[in-house]
Design a protein around this ligand. Structure first.
Ligand code: KIV
Length: 257
């Protein structure tokens, strides 16, 4: 039986921390599964390190579905959550339901993630949950709003902004999200939100007091040439890979094969 969304609330009650990692294809999904991730997120962040865009905005729903199918083929017993990309859910209730429904129907993933917690988004998330589709929320630095923020900078630094983010998290919990990502906000705000929620908070660049942590796997593996300041690489596979490739090319050029 696949880990289900209700289990995570129980884990929060028990104090069991939740490890969330992203995957974008069959190989990366096999690795995060073998490494023991509790949730595999097909994140639209792949638009940047994997697909080469400057922001997450250009990736389409069809592209997300294409990648989620690869990930799902590698994952048997772990929850797969897929990001709904920019403009696939913001425009209407119908768009949100159709996009979330397509993800579940076409990929075999069990849940979707949607960014934002303002009133019109809460309405769409509540409607999606009501038709039986589990939703993960995401507040703080929501990268699909990068042009509104002006950059990928920390959110919730002023009292007013912190209050807004706390209010959004509370509204999302009421709307029925099963967990909520807190991205790039002050640690004391993440602590406060985590204390208020009965659902787990999953932090990234949000301090140590969340109920779990998420990392973009290409950052964890040190695969890309750029990573956000709060991402912790555990290994430098980019450097190791380039060295191995150089050795191969030198061998071939030197007729050593
Ligand atoms: O797209 C993504 O990888 C994400 C995580 C950073 C939470 O949304």
């Amino acid at each position: 039986m696949i880990v289900n969304v209700h289990q995570f609330v129980q884990w929060k009650e028990e104090g069991t921390a939740i490890a969330v990692l992203t995957a974008w294809d069959y190989l990366s999904a096999q690795m995060v599964n073998a490494g023991g991730a509790d949730i595999v997120l097909v994140g639209d962040s792949m638009a940047m390190p994997v697909i080469g865009h400057e922001t997450t905005l250009p990736i389409t729903l069809d592209e997300m579905i294409y990648h989620a199918k690869m990930v799902r083929r590698a994952i048997k017993n772990t929850l797969v959550v897929v990001d709904l990309p920019f403009l696939s859910y913001q425009t209407s209730l119908e768009a949100a339901l159709m996009s979330a429904g397509r993800v579940l129907k076409e990929t075999g993933a069990q849940a979707v993630k949607m960014e934002g917690g303002h009133a019109s988004m809460v309405e769409k998330i509540a409607a999606t949950v009501q038709v039986g589709i589990p939703v993960m929320g995401h507040v703080g630095l929501t990268p699909q709003s990068v042009y509104q923020f002006g950059s990928f900078r920390k959110q919730g630094k002023s009292d007013e902004d912190a209050k807004r983010i706390l209010g959004e998290a509370i509204a999302l919990e009421k709307a029925g999200v099963f967990a909520i990502v807190l991205e790039h906000i002050p640690a004391d705000l993440a602590h406060k939100i985590s204390q208020r929620m009965t659902i787990p908070t999953i932090g990234i660049g949000a301090g140590p007091d969340c109920d779990g942590q998420v990392l973009v796997t290409s950052d964890l593996l040190g695969l890309s040439d750029w990573q956000p300041p709060f991402a912790k690489p555990y290994v430098n596979l980019r450097e190791q890979g380039i060295t191995a490739i150089q050795q191969f090319c030198e061998n071939v050029h030197g007729h050593k094969f």
